[in-house]
Ligand binder design. Structure first.
Ligand SMILES: C[S@@+](CC[C@H](N)C(=O)[O-])C[C@H]1O[C@@H](n2cnc3c(N)ncnc32)[C@H](O)[C@@H]1O
Length: 321
């Protein structure tokens, strides 16, 4: 397949100039999986963000803190940055702050130094690169001191697609910041122990859309199961219609089973409204808004059912009321 452009090779700053040690680089490389290096497509951002009322952005500072590069060349600009630059006036934003990460792979051809891009207020800027600052020893990591300070002191809404390999740390920092957010993560996280408690405690919920396609650094399409997650209130979720909330007796036999511990498991979006005990569901009803319909998650860990001694795929235990 013909490439639109080659991946930029890193140029020469020393590890010291980048605020790194050999150990740090090795650790970072080890943590990284191939899954980290993909772009979000512009249309997926547009599709999701168009679902929220415009006034949530009014006079707000948006912080894109995971390698959301900005460049005069749109090809080297992350779709998050591009979306907010293009819609700055329309959304009545106060400020956009994007940070570029000086990682091992240069996803946006931005060179080896971490930087902070800041655009304040709506005015035409001829040279976007002039709004970048390269603080010494700044790697552009979301958990660098400077990034944390921006998160704490300036950001109103965080919007990005964080690296899969650091997602647990990213979520922890984000939730603790108590800032509004709209981010992309793996579709399965609502039933993964590391994140489940955020959903249980109503600190996060699903956004509107799933995302199945991303772009590689070579701008080729690659398939991955992502979903939007947020803590921005959602009213009238269209996917409520996917929930089939019915009396237990109306659930077809093949979509309700009991596991070896006699826990009910339901499938295909069926939810019993007259069942008082905990029951197991897959991630899908959670993404479709089940927790907004009077059901709650009742344990902090994912649940692995066994049927006739055979381990089945994991569920989350929910209960009415
Ligand atoms: C899934 S990609 C998304 C990139 C961009 N936000 C987008 O949506 O197109 C995640 C990016 O985060 C970068 N990254 C890895 N570790 C990071 C860290 N500690 N801080 C910030 N970004 C990091 C990866 O190199 C990768 O470019």
């Amino acid at each position: 397949m013909k490439l639109l452009f080659d991946i930029a090779k890193k140029t020469a700053p020393t590890l010291k100039e980048r605020g790194l040690t050999i150990k740090g680089v090795m650790q970072r490389a080890k943590r990284r999986t191939g899954n980290d290096e993909f772009y979000t497509r512009y249309e997926d951002i547009e599709k999701e963000l168009s679902m929220y009322p415009k006034n949530i952005w009014k006079n707000k500072t948006v912080f894109c803190n995971c390698d959301d590069a900005v460049d005069n060349n749109e090809k080297n600009t992350s779709a998050f940055a591009l979306y907010f630059l293009r819609n700055f006036k329309e959304l009545k934003l106060k400020k956009l702050i994007c940070t570029h990460y000086s990682g091992v792979v240069d996803l946006f051809n931005q060179g080896a130094m971490g930087y902070v891009f800041t655009k304040t207020g709506f005015k035409e800027v001829k040279d976007l690169n002039s709004l970048k600052k390269y603080p010494p020893n700044y790697a552009g990591s979301f958990d660098d001191e400077l990034s944390l300070e921006i998160l704490k002191k300036e950001a109103d809404i965080v919007c990005t697609n964080p690296p899969f390999s650091r997602a647990i740390d990213f979520w922890k920092i984000l939730i603790e910041s108590k800032k509004r957010f709209l981010i992309i993560s793996n579709i399965a996280i609502p039933l993964t122990t590391a994140y489940l408690h955020y959903f249980k405690d109503k600190k996060a919920w699903a956004g509107f859309n799933r995302i199945d396609w991303f772009l590689t650094p070579r701008r080729e399409l690659t398939e991955a199961s992502g979903h939007w997650f947020t803590n921005i209130p959602i009213r009238n979720r269209p996917k409520y219609t996917h929930l089939k909330i019915v009396p237990l007796k109306d659930i077809p036999e093949k979509y309700k089973k009991y596991d070896d511990s006699k826990t009910l498991l339901v499938d295909q979006g069926y939810i019993p409204y007259d069942y008082k005990k905990p029951f197991g569901v897959s991630t899908r009803p959670i993404l479709n808004g089940l927790l907004e319909k009077g059901y709650k998650i009742i344990q902090d860990k994912e649940y692995y059912p066994y049927i006739d001694g055979v381990k089945k795929y994991s569920r989350v235990l929910v209960q009415k009321g």
